[in-house]
Design a protein around this ligand. Structure first.
Ligand SMILES: Cc1cc2nc3c(=O)[nH]c(=O)nc-3n(C[C@H](O)[C@H](O)[C@H](O)COP(=O)(O)O)c2cc1C
Length: 372
């Protein structure tokens, strides 16, 4: 393996040897506590910068040969320019032509068709480590919320005219009862769930109810949850821990055939904890479903960065369907937003660019406390 300094010497030769360099197209700059922060939102690395850094990044906003004399850089010595270029290359703020970084940026721009705002939000909020422990979270809230009252949980217009709404105006249907019973379960008995339950949950959450043809957009899916433009970008992967008749492992849910496609067998209960960024109780669930978004499905039709919201909203709808179906079947279910996106993407073999982890939901037999 080449050492960092050898690599830098090679890069210095390349830099002075006519290789082209450009500023990454994923840079965001902002001020924090009076300091200029420069972030590459794709690599999720951030640094403090100076006006000189901005000057150089601006100079390299189009491909340039680094050592070609330029009046624009006349104010700096050649040695300091080379030094700064090496530094910016190392930080991923500048990229070299024909490098892995350039190839990744190209792939990124082709797949993630929306401009920087959606990239910035998605990539800088990705987690790749366990979330804080419950003690750390408790301390954080104690300090963070100290002396501040909770904002009102209701909003009201006291001076307005009121219309009294009726309760029990319509006959109770099973859906209403299920909705009232839904609550997050985090304790499970450890008993397996039935394959019939798993199949029902998958079908009524992600399954294809029917398809229809449109002139402009071709064949589209109808599911129990809505999806912006019927793009249905969300895919589901099941980590099976305890389901009767299904070998523990990681599976992909095939919408087309309503079946599970085995990716890997094995005991992945510890990985459930990793996937949920350290939430230990998830290892006792019978199945943990990881939801990802196929970016191009949505980007193909919608080019505005706002379309990114559709991933989050779709995952939210699907999650609620999942929770209600599980509740209707008498099972305990949960949804988790604190997920280790990077670990999930690595394990599923997805690139995080055209397919990215978004949300997770899980189900199991509820742990019933005995009344004392
Ligand atoms: C977007 C979202 C993310 C959530 N993430 C987590 C999570 O990471 N871990 C967890 O234990 N609960 C998580 N929850 C569940 C909430 O904590 C739970 O819904 C809330 O406490 C209300 O309880 P209830 O669902 O029983 O009504 C999440 C819920 C939502 C909607």
């Amino acid at each position: 393996m080449r050492s960092g300094s050898t690599l830098l010497r090679r890069r210095a030769r390349e830099v002075s040897g006519g290789l082209r360099i450009k500023t990454s197209s994923n840079i965001i700059m902002h001020f924090q506590d009076g300091k200029l922060v420069i972030e590459n939102c794709m690599t999720r690395r951030s640094f403090y910068g100076s006006p000189d850094t901005v000057f150089l990044l601006n100079y390299f906003s189009t491909w340039k040969i680094a050592d070609r004399p330029s009046h624009a850089l006349g104010q700096f010595s050649r040695a300091s320019v080379i030094d700064s270029i090496q530094d910016l290359l190392r930080r991923g703020l500048l990229i070299m032509e024909d490098s892995d970084e350039q190839r990744l940026e190209e792939k990124f721009s082709k797949k993630w068709l929306w401009p920087v705002p959606s990239r910035y939000y998605h990539f800088t909020t990705k987690l790749d480590e366990p979330f804080s422990t419950s003690d750390e979270i408790k301390t954080y809230y104690e300090n963070h919320l100290k002396g501040s009252a909770q904002p009102p949980i209701y909003k009201e217009y006291p001076g307005s005219r009121k219309v009294r709404l009726l309760s029990g105006a319509r006959p109770e249907v099973p859906l209403f009862e299920t909705m009232r019973r839904r609550r997050t379960s985090r304790e499970f008995s450890g008993k397996p769930i039935e394959l019939g339950d798993l199949s029902t949950i998958a079908y009524y959450t992600w399954g294809e109810l029917s398809t229809y043809k449109t002139k402009e957009f071709g064949q589209l899916l109808h599911k129990t949850s809505p999806s912006a433009g019927a793009r249905h970008p969300i895919e589901a992967y099941a980590v099976i821990n305890k389901v009767k008749g299904v070998a523990p492992g990681i599976y992909h849910y095939s919408v087309k055939h309503h079946r599970l496609e085995l990716l890997r067998t094995g005991d992945f209960r510890d990985l459930c904890v990793k996937f949920s960024a350290g939430q230990k109780w998830t290892r006792e669930s019978s199945a943990l479903f990881l939801m990802t978004a196929r970016v191009s499905r949505t980007a193909w039709k919608y080019r505005t960065p706002r379309a990114y919201r559709a991933f989050l909203l779709d995952a939210g709808h699907l999650s609620q369907s999942f929770l209600l179906v599980s509740t209707a079947l008498g099972l305990g279910a949960f949804c988790i937003g604190v997920i280790n996106d990077v670990a999930i993407e690595k394990e599923l073999g997805i690139d995080g660019i055209n397919e990215a982890a978004i949300f997770a939901v899980g189900v199991g037999q509820r742990f019933k406390r005995t009344k004392t």
